[in-house]
Ligand binder design. Structure first.
Ligand code: UDP
Length: 326
């Protein structure tokens, strides 16, 4: 039976990944500091003999004995602007030391390592849609920099290990992803708008709402991650060479692009009983104006993978989840 380590395993995405790995017949260890993850996210997995939860921080993982693994998934990092900006130095440390510690485990065990990178590495992009070859437009000293630059250096560290040591690294740049188990107070736009609409509070559109995002439903991302990890190392290497990528990195996201105002309107359409009104609040610093993934490479590498869940459907399922929690 294969063993997988999921850092950030009690988080929103980590918990979905653990669930999928258990279904796929793995023994799974979920490591989580519970800074933004929660025991509630993995409570339904607790009775599974193949699942183990280890409370601990990926920054100190080198001092923990978690055993040996065939696959390592590095998802540990606060990902909501509210949370990563609340503890910016911690966020940067998580990116750097988390990456190094995951690489060390993968190298010791000869394991595959899948790293969860982000569309934030493109910053406020000047190329649209964003392709993997775009280097980004990132502020080094702004309020988003702890996350953006942290995630950028993590990619650098992983790429150097792959090049110099032959470590079997794979990276996904994840574009805005949503779904059940997002924390209601997560601070990100989808959970904020749904909670506000359900509670009859003002829907807080930052700026005039003309900035765009592309929203990927969680299960589409998990499917991409699993397909990527299943590929032989040689297949990944040949793909990197064919496309002169420099390192094994692909975008994963849903290319459907919406303005934030459109998202607010769609949430209200799906919660018709809501008394909420859309209000404008100041736009936070360095907020990217546009974001949309080019997913051609992911499609080619991952056997025709493309998102299966449109925003309307994914929102309905997410609203259902939040209704249950309200
Ligand atoms: N946003 C908003 N209202 C909110 C939360 C976020 O208008 O209550 C906007 C935010 O300014 C950004 C977009 O929604 O333009 C996505 O924000 P989120 O925090 O979800 O993720 P980001 O893509 O910015 O990391």
């Amino acid at each position: 039976m294969k063993r997988a380590l999921v850092t950030g395993g009690a988080g929103f995405l980590g918990s979905h990944l653990c669930e999928r790995l258990l279904k796929d017949g793995y023994r799974v260890v979920a490591l989580d500091s519970l800074y933004t993850g929660s025991r509630e996210n993995i409570a339904h997995l607790a009775g599974d003999a193949n699942f183990e939860f280890a409370e601990g921080d990926v920054i100190g993982m080198d001092k923990m004995d978690l055993g040996d693994f065939d696959e390592v998934y590095n998802l540990a990092c606060p990902a909501s602007p509210v949370h990563y900006q609340a503890r910016p130095m911690y966020t940067t440390d998580t990116c750097i030391f988390g990456m190094k510690n995951c690489l060390a485990v993968a190298e010791r065990c000869g394991a595959k390592l899948l790293h969860a990178s982000t569309s934030e590495i493109y910053g406020d992009p000047l190329v649209h849609p964003q392709t993997e070859k775009y280097w980004g437009n990132v502020n080094t000293i702004g309020i988003r920099s702890c996350y953006d630059e942290g995630k950028r250096i993590a990619e650098t560290i992983a790429s150097d290990h792959a090049r110099l040591l032959g470590t079997d690294v794979r990276m996904v740049r994840i574009f805005n992803t949503y779904g059940p188990r997002m924390h209601p107070q997560d601070g990100r736009v989808v959970s904020n708008f749904i909670m506000q609409a359900l509670r009859g509070e003002d829907i807080t559109v930052y700026g005039n709402g003309s900035q765009t995002r592309s929203f990927q439903y969680a299960s589409d991302l998990i499917e991409a991650m699993r397909r990527y990890m299943e590929l032989p190392k040689e297949t990944v290497a040949a793909f990197v060479a064919k496309h002169s990528l420099g390192a094994p990195v692909v975008n994963t996201g849903n290319p459907g692009e919406y303005t934030i105002r459109q998202l607010a309107e769609e949430v209200l359409r799906q919660i018709p009983e809501s008394k909420s009104k859309i209000v404008e609040k100041p736009l936070p610093g360095d907020d990217p104006k546009k974001r949309k993934p080019d997913i051609a490479l992911a499609g080619e590498l991952l056997g025709g993978w493309k998102p299966a869940v449109p925003l309307r459907e994914g929102l309905a399922a997410t609203i259902e989840y939040f209704r249950g929690r309200k």
